[in-house]
Design a protein around this ligand. Structure first.
Ligand SMILES: OC[C@H]1O[C@H](O[C@H]2O[C@H](CO)[C@@H](O)[C@H](O)[C@H]2O)[C@H](O)[C@@H](O)[C@@H]1O
Length: 620
């Protein structure tokens, strides 16, 4: 049992918002964070013991802790030793999303266990503190700031719990540690000796609903662990998954919105692509591209239920006129994702603006047709049901693609500098027509296979004529352009050309030579591609995984393995990757953790296994 702290004079938090924390704000590093989640939303916990990002009740809801994109006054919840020199280390408990942070101090050590139980009615964050040895003075510091870090709630104590309310949001804190209010912050001071345990549960509910029943913190730990362990144990893969693949798959699963099957690209907004820069975007939405690639990775790793759930999400999201199909949606299929700037948030390490919503939702990105047709073909091969229903939707999409495939678009990188005839978009239009024709030829589905095949051939010819630079023996970013683009590394992977085609071999060499920095790959050079944005960006991790895939496919397996190992080594202490990596600063950049990077890791591991084991070659 934890020892209680001093009794407060009042539970009402009424003072100034200028409260300073007992410790200086540590330097912000993206890799300092770990992820916990309940398959509807997620939180980021820093190695300093602070939850600095949490959106209740969904991934894309307004954050009640937004210190990640500002200061502690934008909302955070830290539980840590009061000794500012305490040292932490952390890990997930086995193959779960239950995080353990262990703290050592001169007087003793404690562990803090953080998790979000799989949701029943209300979302909870549970934090359990356990004494390991000696005795440690601890503090819980809870600063709730609704609506992305600027609305200070009205907080009151009732029956020993703290209830905070403002506008549509209400949050209750229950704990066996006494809580007191000061400076618009709720504190709990306690001492933990060996074998002692203290617990905290933070629960959200709509402010017009009654406070939900209390979750038993201690009792919810085991079912949460079992949930994750059982889920990862359900793989149908006959090959044992490595530690890094397992962690990546768990992370991808944590990015799925279980009620609908939607998959978000990342749980954060506006983690910068350059420190101090303005390339800051909201990734808490479902891109058809990112989700289809995630599913291919999951299917390869032996997880099929998510593919079925997402396919059903897709059928609902894009239902209606095919010409209204969007490249991204909200987690239950919302179409209006209006982008705005949250001017009150200074941004991660001063990287402004912080953006909420994403204007890319209104872009034309032709590659998504190919990605959707490709993953649905893969789903068919895995005998995922409702094939006919899906096929009707696919035919609608193909009808629309017939109208738009030859238009310039914003492309895979969602440029804001004007449309072009992007090579990757055209290659993926070829994929769409090819997979459609194959569905008829191989699976007996109905459709104009001959016309689709003819269109695929026409696009293939056009790409080879207009997107290939014979002087440099490379495919380029767009028709007639000299700029390079890492996306063309996917040409052999999607079957557009065989890996031993000299144009593919040349492209791999050129990309490696011109887009790599310290072995990692940029998606393009910002000085050669007008993306409509200012500033530079880091190397893109998925592009680096694509280079490893391409190297393996062209037979340079040793180099591919080396690059894979180098990428795996970039993961933070709990196995997570952001979108980008800054080679000169040696730190991660961009939203975190990012589905793209983790699915890239899973796919490259799979390519390497296939390339290194001739027995498995035929399995693909
Ligand atoms: O580079 C500008 C664009 O950056 C973001 O897009 C990137 O993230 C997407 C989600 O992972 C991914 O699908 C896309 O390929 C990436 O370029 C941002 O979402 C865009 O609004 C922005 O224009």
């Amino acid at each position: 049992m934890a020892h209680r702290g001093t009794t407060p004079k009042t539970a009402q938090e009424t003072a100034q918002q200028t409260s300073s924390s007992p410790r200086p704000t540590p330097e912000h590093r993206i890799e300092d964070y770990a992820l916990i989640g309940d398959l509807q939303t997620a939180a980021l916990v820093s190695k300093h013991g602070s939850i600095d990002w949490l959106c209740f009740p969904r991934f894309d809801s307004p954050a009640c802790f937004a210190a990640l994109l500002g200061t502690e006054d934008n909302g955070h919840w830290r539980i840590a030793p009061r000794d500012a020199d305490a040292v932490s280390s952390r890990h997930y408990r086995g193959d779960t999303l239950v995080l353990e942070t262990e703290w050592s101090t001169p007087t003793g050590s404690v562990r803090v266990i953080d998790f979000m139980p799989p949701r029943d009615t209300a979302p909870d964050v549970v934090r359990i503190v356990e004494g390991i040895h000696g005795s440690v003075e601890m503090r819980s510091e809870l600063r709730l700031r609704f609506d992305y870090g600027h609305v200070v709630p009205w907080a009151r104590r009732s029956d020993g719990q703290i209830d905070a309310i403002a506008g549509p949001d209400a949050v209750s804190l229950r704990s066996d540690v006494h809580q007191y209010g000061r400076d618009l912050t709720t504190y709990g001071d306690f001492r933990v000796g060996k074998g002692d345990r203290a617990w905290f549960v933070l629960t959200w509910h709509p402010s017009h609903h009654p406070v939900p029943r209390a979750t038993d913190a201690i009792a919810s730990l085991k079912p949460t662990e079992d949930f994750w362990t059982d889920w990862i144990g359900g793989t149908t893969s006959t090959t044992e998954l490595s530690e890094e693949v397992t962690r990546s798959i768990l992370t991808l699963k944590a990015l799925t919105y279980a009620p609908s099957g939607g998959i978000v690209a990342a749980p954060t907004t506006s983690l910068p692509e350059t420190l101090g820069g303005s390339r800051n975007w909201d990734y808490r939405y479902c891109w058809l591209r990112d989700a289809t690639m995630t599913l291919s990775a999951m299917l390869r790793a032996g997880f099929t239920d998510e593919a079925e759930a997402w396919r059903n999400w897709l059928l609902r999201a894009i239902a209606g006129s095919p010409q209204d199909v969007q490249i991204m949606y909200g987690v239950t299929g919302e179409r209006r994702l209006t982008e705005f700037e949250a001017g009150w948030l200074p941004g991660f390490a001063g990287s402004a603006p912080v953006r909420i919503g994403n204007a890319a939702a209104e872009q034309l990105q032709i590659d998504v047709f190919g990605e959707v047709m490709d993953v649905l073909a893969l789903a068919r091969e895995h005998q995922i049901g409702a094939i006919e229903e899906a096929w009707q939707v696919q035919r609608g999409l193909m009808g629309h693609l017939e109208e738009v495939w030859n238009q310039p678009d914003e492309g895979i990188w969602e440029v804001r500098g004007g449309r072009q005839h992007f090579t990757y978009s055209k290659v993926m239009a070829w994929v769409a027509f090819d997979r459609a024709a194959r569905a008829v030829e191989r699976f007996g589905l109905s459709g104009p296979a001959k016309e689709w095949r003819a269109r695929a051939d026409e696009i293939h010819k056009e790409v080879c004529e207009q997107a290939y630079d014979p002087d440099r023996n490379t495919f380029t970013q767009a028709y007639g352009s000299k700029a390079l683009d890492a996306a063309v590394l996917l040409i052999p992977q999607v079957g557009f050309l065989p890996a031993d085609d000299p144009r593919v071999v040349g492209t791999v060499d050129t990309v490696q030579r011109e887009l790599a920095a310290d072995g990692f790959v940029r998606r393009y050079l910002t000085e050669h591609t007008d993306d409509g944005l200012v500033g530079d960006e880091g190397t893109f991790l998925i592009c680096s995984f694509w280079l490893a895939d391409a190297l393996a496919m062209v037979g340079r397996v040793g180099e591919a393995r080396d690059l894979y190992e180098k990428l795996v080594a970039l993961r933070n202490d709990v196995g997570l990757l952001a979108e980008e990596y800054d080679v000169s600063a040696g730190r991660m950049l961009g939203n975190f953790p990012q589905a793209f990077s983790h699915l890239g890791l899973v796919n490259t591991a799979w390519h390497l296994t296939t390339a290194e084991s001739p027995v498995r070659k035929s399995a693909y």
